[in-house]
Design a protein around this ligand. Structure first.
Ligand SMILES: Cc1cc2nc3c(=O)[nH]c(=O)nc-3n(C[C@H](O)[C@H](O)[C@H](O)COP(=O)(O)OP(=O)(O)OC[C@H]3O[C@@H](n4cnc5c(N)ncnc54)[C@H](O)[C@@H]3O)c2cc1C
Ligand SMILES: NC(=O)c1ccc[n+]([C@@H]2O[C@H](COP(=O)([O-])OP(=O)(O)OC[C@H]3O[C@@H](n4cnc5c(N)ncnc54)[C@H](OP(=O)(O)O)[C@@H]3O)[C@@H](O)[C@H]2O)c1
Length: 272
């Protein structure tokens, strides 16, 4: 292949992806393995808080290298926020972790997902169960007014290995109380239940174990989880999702979907 053909192909690839390019507006590194970033929002993008999109960078072969990402910002926000892992040998995040404001990423405008209010039947209390970057869809839903219109109480549990891994979520929840847009709606409704598994902290252990032995209920002063009052959304590793599904089914909750709302919904935070 001549140099000119190579150049033409590379230019064509770039032009082909341009309609999906968005500009990075902010980046924050939380730990060696976690960061969040904000990008411009395409005018054509409509989504429901809790959904995910495909995003990425142009690969070395000139083709888009895309991965699923939960939108961490709420549907009303002018920009889009994402909360990401850094996998050191991961094809995408080994590079994505180096983005800077002004850089471009590729973002496909076809949002999908099951962690949406439409997939749950009406209830009194909603539980958001997250591990690791599984917090991302709840970062969106916690800033979504519909969450507080639909429920009297919102319980967010977040289990991570260490304290620093909880920081993105902890700060977001702290800031919510003072948010000029939804601070008043949130007032007194959120209960935050963070736990760590590998570093000493005020609350230790996997949320699954703490649910099974009743610690969560004793700590929060709640009798139980019941299909009459409680709804749940779950986002973590495949194992976590499987274990939590079993627990929720034992409490009598049934899984819902966009096409058939139920009492709980589940989404993968990543594929093992
Ligand atoms: C529906 C859905 C939503 C997702 N939303 C997010 C999100 O909001 N934020 C995010 O960081 N990732 C999210 N992911 C994972 C994401 O798609 C990529 O896997 C991740 O960005 C790593 O890409 P990679 O190419 O660097 O490595 P990959 O080749 O994709 O992954 C390599 C390995 O790293 C581990 N891994 C990947 N992602 C994670 C993670 N998030 N947490 C812990 N371990 C992980 C897994 O063991 C995986 O096999 C989501 C995945 C799915 C299916
Ligand atoms: N450098 C670091 O310090 C650091 C920090 C975080 C992550 N990482 C890396 O990032 C990658 C992803 O790690 P991650 O911590 O984000 O994701 P993860 O391995 O899915 O763990 C997140 C949290 O979920 C808990 N968990 C896992 N399976 C569960 C289950 N079936 N039921 C209940 N809880 C469960 C874990 O507890 P357990 O601890 O009991 O498994 C942990 O507290 C790993 O490759 C890791 O090496 C590195």
């Amino acid at each position: 292949m001549t140099k000119l053909t190579q150049l033409t192909q590379a230019t064509a690839a770039k032009v082909a992806t341009l309609p999906d390019a968005q500009t990075v507006t902010a980046v924050k590194h939380w730990t060696d393995s976690l960061f969040s970033f904000r990008v411009t929002r395409p005018q054509s993008l409509r989504f429901r808080s809790g959904e995910f999109v495909m995003l990425g960078l142009l690969g070395d072969n000139g083709k888009p290298l895309l991965r699923a990402y939960s939108i961490a910002s709420p549907a009303w926000d002018d920009e889009l926020e994402f909360y990401s892992i850094k996998v050191q040998d991961g094809p995408l995040t080994s590079r994505l972790q180096h983005i800077q404001p002004g850089d471009e990423i590729i973002l496909r405008t076809k949002p999908v997902g099951t962690l949406v209010h439409d997939a749950l039947l009406p209830g009194k209390r909603v539980w958001f169960f997250a591990t690791g970057t599984g917090f991302a869809p709840f970062a969106s839903l916690l800033r979504e007014p519909e969450t507080y219109e639909n429920y009297d109480e919102v319980i967010i549990t977040h289990t991570c290995r260490g304290l620093a891994d909880l920081e993105y979520g902890r700060q977001l929840i702290e800031d919510l109380q003072n948010d000029p847009l939804i601070g008043e709606m949130v007032d007194g409704k959120i209960r935050y239940y963070p736990t760590t598994t590998r570093e000493e902290s005020p609350r230790m252990g996997r949320i699954t174990d703490l649910l099974k032995d009743g610690t969560v209920f004793r700590d929060l002063g709640i009798e139980t989880i019941s299909p009459d009052a409680d709804r749940a959304m779950v986002c973590g590793s495949l194992d976590f999702n499987k274990d939590l599904k079993e627990i929720l089914e034992e409490f009598g909750l049934r899984e819902g979907a966009n096409s058939e709302p139920g009492e709980y919904v589940v989404e993968k935070a990543f594929v093992d």
